[in-house]
Design a protein around this ligand. Structure first.
Ligand SMILES: [Zn+2]
Length: 355
């Protein structure tokens, strides 16, 4: 429930928090198969998805995002479950809507509901027929999201400019506000050779209400990309949602991120996607990304793959928001060795540096 429309809210100074990263979060909880990455949790364990969505809102998210990432016709066809496509999309939207209404009431603040579309993986610039297929895929998903009450649509991890444009056209045709996020591989540009800044500028000019970048890059390597987008679009609302892994100048994305501390034989030769735990950022690193994005003037700030409830809570609080889960933020004052409370016995507090 909202007292203000999403577009009116965008005109206010305070940034919006958009918690993402449902794919990795649900996988981490054990309810999603890494690799195929299809969000069947909406149908098979709606109670899990509801809790994740609720936790993200309680950690400060202003938007309840429907988990339909990869929930498109092509993915459902690959896993032989195309018949579940529409039920999955509608159920994920219903869960987001339910959480938004209940938490909005409980927390006394606006919570918008976003539908979600993502990269199709079938778009091929050499094959015009794929553009039509992609358009059809987006059209049906945006249609279901609209019918189920979406306030806006987030199109994310768009790594072809042309595909992002199709997504935007379909969202606008449905009359809904659009956040369009491009995702940048280690090449530094989109797959069709367009720079993220140029893509963002063109998408903003074509009517995207918010343009930005999400995923692939970590909280540090995404910064120059977000900066270039901001420079290109000026005052137009911008969104930044990095993956949370510790990518470096040498390995700017999490796809090929090595882990020198790893002692195990990895089943898939690489740490992505199921052995990245030791490469995840701590909550303070991702909160500092939030500060960076805020100073840059980003209007929508959040985290993508790897981001958890505690990451989003710390980021939200760093942006000056009071969150429901803030009452559980770390407080070391009464820790038995590292606390400073006068009731703590010296025998314990004096031992901390040797522990
Ligand atoms: Zn992601």
């Amino acid at each position: 429930m909202t007292t203000t429309s999403f577009l009116d809210r965008l005109t206010e100074d305070e940034p919006l928090v958009l918690a993402g990263g449902f794919l990795f979060e649900v996988e981490r909880r054990g309810y999603l198969t890494a690799g195929e990455f299809v969000p069947k949790v909406a149908l098979e364990h709606p109670e899990v998805l509801e809790q994740v969505t609720r936790d993200f809102v309680r950690a400060g998210s202003d938007i309840a995002l429907a988990f339909t990432y990869n929930g498109h016709r092509e993915k459902m066809r690959i896993i032989g479950e195309e018949h579940l496509l529409e039920p999955l999309n509608r159920e994920a939207m219903k869960i987001a809507k339910k959480v938004a209404e209940e938490e909005s009431k409980a927390l006394g603040r606006d919570v918008w509901v976003a539908g979600n579309i993502s990269n199709s993986n079938i778009y091929d610039p050499e094959d015009p027929a794929t553009a039509d297929q992609v358009r059809q895929m987006y059209r049906e998903m945006v249609g279901w999201a609209k019918e189920e009450g979406a306030d806006l649509i987030l199109a994310e991890t768009m790594y072809f400019y042309e595909e992002a444009k199709i997504a935007l056209e379909e969202i606008k045709a449905a009359g809904l506000p659009a956040i369009i996020n491009v995702a940048v591989f280690a090449t530094g540009e989109l797959r069709d050779g367009v720079s993220p800044a140029e893509a963002a500028k063109k998408l903003a000019d074509a009517g995207a209400d918010v343009v930005g970048t999400n995923c692939f890059q970590g909280p540090n390597t995404i910064r120059p990309i977000l900066q270039s987008i901001k420079d290109a679009v000026g005052d137009h609302p911008v969104c930044g949602m990095p993956g949370t892994f510790r990518t470096t100048d040498e390995h700017t994305t999490f796809f090929n991120l090595p882990d020198e501390g790893n002692t195990a034989t990895l089943p898939h030769e690489r740490t992505f996607p199921d052995a990245l735990e030791a490469q995840n950022s701590n909550r303070y690193e991702t909160a500092e990304f939030g500060e960076f994005a805020h100073k840059l003037g980003a209007k929508v700030i959040g985290l993508c793959c790897g981001g958890s409830v505690i990451h989003h809570r710390e980021l939200s609080e760093r942006l000056g928001k009071k969150t429901y889960l803030g009452k559980y933020s770390p407080d070391m004052s009464k820790h038995f060795m590292y606390g400073n409370d006068s009731s703590l016995p010296e025998v314990a507090t004096s031992f901390g540096s040797q522990a």
